[in-house]
Design a protein. Sequence first.
Length: 194
Amino acid sequence: MKTRFFLGVLIVCLLAACKSEYTIKKRGFFKIDFPPHQYQLFDQPGYPYTFEYPVYAKVIKDTTFFEGRPENDYWINVDFPRFNGKIYISYKEIGKNDLNKLVNDAFQMTYKHTSKATEITDSAIRTDKGISGVFFNVGGNAATAKQFFVTDSVKHFLRGALYFDTTPNEDSLGIVYDFLQEDMRHLINTLQWK
């Protein structure tokens, strides 16, 4: 008798608790509203280069390099606060460094991501201003999916890599990578040596 009573109370409680409507939760990612691509000039005194970068970004002088100082004062970051990402830009003078070593180092830094990458493709760059280099697309959940280096092969060497301050996820970051790749290519195409 007690069992039937408790079973009846339990059924009444369960029926009374089910008055809210169930809402289906869709799988997916947040919609990102991208700003229009507009650019401003980076042309600071003393820097050996100039380029255009997005108005929704800011240029910050890089003051650290793996707990040390950067090799020179021309290392900067193009910061995208809205996307929680940065293009880390390092500059080296070829007279103080061997060009072949700089190019090999750029390839080695890119190919360090092979453990997480599904593919790595590279494409040659040649701008109207006589600057050449390589642009890398790294597929998969690598820490950086877009990297490049450019040089005049005589005096200047500049390397850039796009990183986000989040766990890499190709599915969720892919659309942001594609959006910022256009800005990276604009930076490269407007780059000039001083």
